[in-house]
Write a protein that binds this ligand. Structure first.
Ligand code: FE2
Ligand code: FE2
Length: 258
């Protein structure tokens, strides 16, 4: 089973990259399943039903998210009814939606879990204990399990990868928007990368216009963030899983517009 995972899609520039390149990428990589993090897909912040449907129509099978998932009001109703859009599983149970979904593809079942870290992020439930709970349930159904770990701190992400090594097929980091060069197969045959990177404007500070970010740092005052324009890139990984759910390989990808 070959799975393509696309990093945080940022607004229209990110969605345009998916529209332009996804078909060829799927063919080139023989990808059987496409997952993407969409927490920034609507104007850079959050997700709406129309943006979600647009991404599904482009060929994405399931969307994960993270701390920005609630930024657009429509997300609450959308997540309550669309099981293919995940929010982190360790949000309070009162939050709409779910953090887990099982996809059936080519005669196999693939479980996907979305979990959020707590270092430099809201103090939601323990990601490690949430993972124990969700993974144990999924393993009753399938051994192919992918985890999107949406977190800020490298150390928390590495610890989480080691914690789940041998219990899941892959731990794929999202949220920092910069692709890390540490993809590997851990000893228990879990594929791991600290961050898959983002899909959106390349001449930016994690997606937003450099001048906005610079002014915010210099003045320490709130400032409206605008998504950058110019050339974009698409960051992703392809994981290849054996029939027993163990990872055979993980490969980083970056597709640039120019
Ligand atoms: Fe993000
Ligand atoms: Fe995030």
């Amino acid at each position: 089973m070959r799975i393509l995972f696309i990093g945080d899609i940022i607004g229209q520039p990110g969605r345009r990259m998916v529209a332009r390149h996804l078909k060829a990428l799927v063919a080139d990589q023989s990808a059987e399943l496409v997952l993407a993090n969409a927490e920034n897909a609507a104007g850079g912040f959050g997700i709406t039903p129309s943006v979600g449907e647009e991404l599904f129509s482009l060929g994405i099978d399931l969307l994960t998210s993270g701390n920005h998932v609630w930024d657009k009001k429509e997300a609450e109703g959308y997540l309550a009814k669309e099981a293919r859009v995940l929010r982190p599983a360790n949000y309070p149970e009162e939050a709409p939606g779910t953090g887990v979904h099982i996809l059936a593809k080519n005669g196999r079942m693939v479980g996907v879990v979305n979990i959020q870290g707590r270092a430099f992020l809201p103090a939601i439930d323990c990601p490690f204990k949430a993972a124990d709970r969700e993974v144990a349930q999924l393993r009753q159904v399938t051994d192919m399990i992918l985890v999107d770990f949406h977190a800020e701190a490298t150390a928390e992400k590495q610890a989480f990868g080691w914690y789940l090594d041998g219990r899941v097929s892959a731990v794929i980091g999202t949220h920092t928007h910069v692709q890390t060069a540490d993809e590997r197969i851990l000893p228990g045959r879990t594929a791991y990368i600290t961050d898959v990177g983002m899909t959106g404007p390349r001449d930016s500070v994690i997606g937003i216009r450099p001048e906005d970010a610079i002014q915010r740092f210099i003045t320490q005052m709130p400032r409206k963030f605008t998504i950058s324009d110019g050339p974009a890139h698409l960051c992703a990984v392809v994981v290849d899983l054996a029939d027993d759910g163990r990872a055979r390989s993980i490969m980083r990808l970056q597709v640039c517009d120019d």
